[in-house]
Design a protein around this ligand. Structure first.
Ligand code: MLC
Ligand code: AMP
Length: 494
């Protein structure tokens, strides 16, 4: 039940490390090893065979809205093995949001979790509910798999491994297609850049549906058959408890500010940690400084995005400079044109799913991907992200596109128009604020707006504050002055 995998499937990298270290713990849950790497190989072979038995083969999309659990990890790896295309979705998405993804990606299988919105969404195709308990997974039933299905898929470097949806300035999400080659090259480079060691142990508390938790954290550990201390969600107290069992920790800046808010957090808690890594949103200089002061650790900040995976990193050995994201990773090129960072390399996605126009729009004629981030690069190649050309809010590491929220607000009775902005927030970095102009003769209440949005939008996207005004400020061209609004509301979160 454990066929060799010898091709460009990214799973082949993990299988090689696992085969060399079959007795090493793979997932550690509640301080107990749940699976060894050897058991991971067997479980993913079985789950992959089950996927094939229900028709998942090269290129078939598996749309997944599931809780983070060991079963979800096995499902992901099995999908790679079977040649399917893994399409993970935020667990906070509501039914109205999910309908779009179901229509756009036309999955061969839709996997949901009990209690999440996906369970209640109408879908004509094959669907399955994934319990947290591995023993109750659909592939665990004795009748689920036959030998005929066990062969691993062969994948070429250019075959899609995953589609990750990322919102756009138009308010519509687009699916970034990531190939086996993208994932394999990026994890290989990161393992070297961060001096990953054979005896490393990763504490994994990131969500499992974004690049950071899925392709950076999980992949780096698996490339080295490192044990993963598995937390289903970030909880500062639980991280504090388990940090002394780990050597590597990765998080978005909110993780670090929340750890610093714990009085018991300090050098002693971090005694076994080799490196703390941050990304997905800007790490404030103040957080970097407070962290060194409290723990002696210089957080290693890196920069990336869904379409390009990891792009730059502060050095493991050299100086880690607050406010910078380091230099381009080996094999990856960056440049700044008209203030905007552009990227080229084997890390670049192969295009937006069924959207060649958008793919072309986001690339230069000579093949560089236009990140939409404003940056500077100094003479030593050190990159600073200094702003965004795209209208995007990053809250607690989640991207929120104002246009999507504005469209939802503008559809509410009594609203003339709205402007959604990001404002400094002590916990989430940026917090969402909506400024709503009411239609003449209408009286709109912030509470009514929030109630209407609660049906439409995932909780993390909803404004934390709503202000009703008579008119939005505009410039001479008639364009809403968001900078003026950001300045006016800059202190609403204290
Ligand atoms: C939760 N809420 C958020 C939020 N997360 N609101 C704004 N921004 C967020 N990020 C909402 C909840 O729905 C809830 O709303 C309220 O805030 C309080 O929830 P909480 O219990 O405090 O939230 P919690 O579950 O603790 O989640 C916070 C968090 C989580 C920071 C742990 O957001 C998280 O894990 N973020 C990581 C995101 C991530 O992995 N990003 C990587 C993207 S990849 P209500 O209304 O119910 O009270 C990428 C590329 C790269 O960017 O470079 O890595
Ligand atoms: P996503 O599209 O969800 O992958 O988010 C990618 C975006 O997150 C990038 O385009 C940046 O705007 C932002 N980002 C990621 N890492 C950093 C970082 N270290 N500093 C500043 N912004 C970052």
């Amino acid at each position: 039940m454990n066929p060799p995998i010898a091709n460009d499937n990214v799973f082949a990298l993990f299988a090689a490390a696992a085969t060399a270290n079959p007795d090493r713990a793979f997932l550690i849950v509640d301080r107990e090893p749940l699976l060894t790497y050897g058991a991971m190989l067997v479980a993913t072979a079985r789950a992959g065979a089950w996927l094939r038995s229900i028709g998942i083969s090269q290129g078939a999309r598996v749309l997944v809205q599931v809780d983070k659990s060991p079963a979800a990890v096995i499902l992901y790896l099995a999908c790679l093995r079977a040649g399917g295309v893994f399409v993970p979705l935020n667990t906070a998405y509501q039914a109205a949001e999910l309908a779009y993804f179901l229509a756009d990606c036309e999955p061969a299988l839709f996997v949901t979790s009990p209690g999440l919105a996906g369970e209640a969404v109408a879908f004509d195709g094959a669907r399955v509910s994934l319990p947290d308990d591995l023993a109750a997974a659909p592939w665990a039933a004795p009748s689920a798999v036959t030998d005929a299905h066990i062969a691993a898929a062969t994948a070429n470097r250019d075959d899609p491994a995953a589609i990750l949806y990322t919102s756009g300035t138009t308010g519509r999400s687009k699916g970034a297609i990531l190939t086996h080659g993208n994932l394999a090259s990026n994890v290989t480079v990161l393992g070297r850049a961060w001096h990953w060691r054979d005896d490393d142990v990763l504490l994994h508390a990131l969500p499992f549906f974004h690049v950071h938790g899925l392709f950076v954290a999980l992949h780096c550990a698996m490339l080295h058959a490192s044990p993963i201390v598995f937390h289903a969600r970030f909880d500062a107290a639980a991280v504090l408890r388990d940090l002394p069992t780990a050597t590597v920790f990765m998080g978005v800046p909110t993780f670090y500010t929340r750890l610093l808010a714990e009085p018991a957090f300090g050098a002693e808690t971090c005694r076994t940690i080799r490196v703390f890594i941050s990304g997905s949103a800007p790490l404030l200089d103040a957080t970097f400084a407070a962290f060194v002061g409290r723990t002696g650790h210089l957080i290693l900040e890196r920069y990336g995005m869904t379409e390009a995976l990891m792009v730059t990193s502060n050095p493991y050995g050299g100086p880690r400079i607050a406010g910078t994201v380091g230099t381009a990773l080996p094999g990856i090129a960056v440049r700044v044109r008209a203030g905007v960072l552009e990227i080229k390399g084997p890390n670049l996605f192969s295009g937006y799913w069924r959207n060649p126009d958008k793919t072309a729009e986001d690339h230069t004629a000579d093949g560089w991907f236009i990140s939409g981030d404003l940056a500077t690069i100094d003479d030593d190649g050190v990159v600073r992200i200094v702003g965004r050309a795209k209208d995007l809010i990053i809250s607690g590491g989640y991207n929120i596109y104002p246009k999507e929220i504005e469209l939802a607000i503008d559809a509410i009775d009594g609203v003339a128009e709205s402007a959604v902005i990001g404002v400094a927030h002590p916990d989430f970095g940026e917090g969402v604020v909506a400024v709503v102009a009411q239609a003449p003769g209408s009286a709109v209440e912030p509470a009514a707006i929030m109630a209407a949005l609660a049906i439409e939008l995932a909780a993390f996207k909803r404004p934390k504050r709503v202000f009703v005004v008579d008119d939005l400020p505009r410039n001479a061209m008639g364009k809403v002055q968001k900078a003026q609004l950001r300045d006016h509301y800059r202190n609403v979160f204290g």
